[in-house]
Design a protein around this ligand. Structure first.
Ligand code: PMT
Length: 405
């Protein structure tokens, strides 16, 4: 079965060098069964000939303000209204800025403005443009929009000869995002609690012990689950990430707060996904006032005591009376044996294991490489963006919830 059978996808191509890689995306969309309507900006059409996209999509290609396919001259509304999804690849800094501001100065941007369907954006630009505060601000706003799916950019060599963030994501990853955006709401009605980010264990009022979790994995899960129709509560340690649209956010700081907020809500949930990196130890007696360097004689000794293991506490409740418990296992080296042991010891239903010493996996990075460990076996999720990994985890969760009901 083709994933995009009977779906109409508008492929917007804006004027970046990566426009040539949109040809491959067009081919993949058609291969998955989509009717692909290509809309190019004029700068894009100077980089790649519209005839190439016409041959790949089998349909007329619109350039600039268009005019190729609609006799009534209403393409700026028709295209967006009739699309099941719009994907802009590459999305240049300029086009992203226009979308953020609601500008409609060509057929691509006006189709986006006149549409309500999922909008997949694959940014591609020079690293300094990507890091510019104006682009960061536009991205932060786009992140808060329920219909927007951002894919990439990747790190790597850029057309300008520089190296860094700004390379358009792989066409296969963009196709994956389009498929995910059009997936039916298979988690509608499910109540999920996702934990994310690090905890901070106070040493004194200004210092703390923490870890490298950025929250990206947990936030990707929360965002994807909300998009798939679930009611999501995100209990999160401190992160720099925007709260995904439609998600209830419960900010916490230390492991004890995380335990309190998770445990008080767990009984009302169908599933709990613990992506947070909760501290295993906390400071026994944090100082009430800032520790002064010159008042400490010799080495400063901290006494650390274990925190409550939240998952293990919840795992002790009888199965059937508790939510489906999904733990993570952050290991260095082969994570599967430790994940199997956590599955059993904490009485979990599923453990998502990652080797945090592997390049492109674990803490802080935008990608991960995972293993889903269950009683009946292990499934690998090959290296992919955290968003794509989140979809795979939720595919399995949706199956488990279905058999539970
Ligand atoms: O946030 P990112 O930068 O995107 O990084 C993602 C990640 C590496 C944090 C994530 O993929 C991950 O592995 N999260 C779990 C980190 C962790 O604490 O693993 P652990 O093996 O130490 O703990 C096992 C499980 O027990 C985890 O689900 C954890 O949330 C839970 N736990 C741990 C301690 C504790 N006191 N209570 C718990 O419930």
């Amino acid at each position: 079965m083709h994933k995009l059978e009977d779906r109409t996808v508008v492929l917007g191509v804006s004027g970046g060098i990566a426009a040539y890689r949109a040809c491959e995306l067009c081919r993949l969309l058609v291969k998955e069964g989509a009717r692909v309507a290509v809309v190019m900006t004029e700068p894009a059409a100077r980089l790649v000939g519209p005839a190439t996209f016409q041959a790949l999509s089998g349909r007329p290609v619109e350039v600039g303000w268009g005019g190729a396919s609609s006799a009534a001259g209403m393409e700026h509304i028709d295209l967006g209204r009739d699309a099941d999804a719009i994907v802009v690849a590459p999305a240049t800094a300029n086009t992203l800025a226009k979308i953020r501001l609601g500008l409609a100065d060509n057929l691509l941007t006006s189709s986006v403005l006149a549409s309500r369907c999922p909008l997949v954006l694959a940014p591609a630009m020079n690293t300094r443009m990507w890091e510019n505060p104006a682009t960061r601000e536009n991205l932060a706003w786009l992140h808060t929009q329920a219909r927007v799916w951002l894919v990439g950019p990747d790190q790597g060599p850029l057309a300008c000869g520089e190296e860094g963030a700004g390379r358009m994501a792989e066409p296969a990853a963009i196709l994956e995002a389009v498929c995910a955006a059009l997936r039916p709401a298979d988690l509608a009605g499910a109540r999920l609690l996702v934990s994310a980010g690090p905890t901070r264990e106070a040493i004194d009022p200004v210092r703390y012990l923490s870890n490298r979790s950025s929250g990206k994995m947990g936030y990707a899960l929360a965002a994807a689950a909300a998009r798939r129709g679930a009611k999501v509560v995100l209990v999160s340690g401190p992160t720099a990430l925007p709260v995904p649209p439609g998600v209830e956010h419960v900010p916490v700081s230390c492991a004890a707060e995380m335990a309190r907020e998770v445990k008080s809500r767990a009984g009302r949930c169908d599933a709990l996904l613990m992506a947070a990196a909760v501290a295993d130890f906390t400071v026994a007696r944090p100082a009430r006032a800032k520790l002064k360097k010159d008042r400490v004689q010799g080495p400063l000794r901290l006494t650390l005591v274990p925190t409550e293991d939240i998952l293990a506490s919840l795992g002790r409740a009888r199965r059937g009376r508790r939510p489906l418990l999904v733990g993570f296992a952050a290991e260095t080296g082969d994570p599967v044996p430790a994940a199997k042991s956590k599955l059993e010891k904490k009485r979990l239903d599923l453990v998502v294991a990652n080797d945090v010493s592997e390049a492109g996996a674990g803490f802080e990075v935008d990608t991960n490489h995972l293993y889903l460990v269950e009683k009946d076996g292990v499934r690998e999720i090959p290296p992919a963006s955290k968003e794509a990994c989140a979809e795979r985890i939720l595919d399995r969760l949706a199956e488990r919830l279905k058999t539970r009901r």
